[in-house]
Write a protein of this length. Sequence first.
Lengths: 114, 114
Amino acid sequence: GAGVSQSPSNKVTEKGKDVELRCDPISGHTALYWYRQRLGQGLEFLIYFQGNSAPDKSGLPSDRFSAERTGESVSTLTIQRTQQEDSAVYLCASSYPTQTYEQYFGPGTRLTVT
Amino acid sequence: AQSVAQPEDQVNVAEGNPLTVKCTYSVSGNPYLFWYVQYPNRGLQFLLKYITGDNLVKGSYGFEAEFNKSQTSFHLKKPSALVSDSALYFCAVRAPTGANNLFFGTGTRLTVIP
């Protein structure tokens, strides 16, 4: 079936504005992850959803970052009052609940804060 | 705490020669280890994983990796490099219990020279 999709693919925003990034996981994948990839760096874990359990928010860098997930489908990552250091590629991944170690990644959203 | 180190930012190899991309890890307990590849303008793709069993694991596109517990390494290898293997390679680790997210290295850019 279709892979993980993310939208928009690119987003340019002004400092101080709010942005919403969307992720559509693979159908049947109840686990969903958000990561951030800054230029020249590895991926940083942000947040993890598993079914109806409380999300693991331990990677969110500040209270300006939040994420929601509707059931076992679409997730949105919201960044409020964006700062220039938020500029990065935001990657979403999903996996089966019993194979959370094998994650399938979307193409990412490149966020540029000017 | 879990961590991954990829000591080489860049690896250059001639087409047809064997290639090695290095990775060392730190994790409590037995690790789950992964390699992902990122082609330009595309999301991360899963290459292979080590969970348990044989220390030599085989993955996609002819790649393999060797788990060495005493050296805490998980180097990626291929006997004969192709120009199309040129990409960014990420090593990742996860503890067998606890958090489900992956910890990624900073990536190694592989360039295969025709």
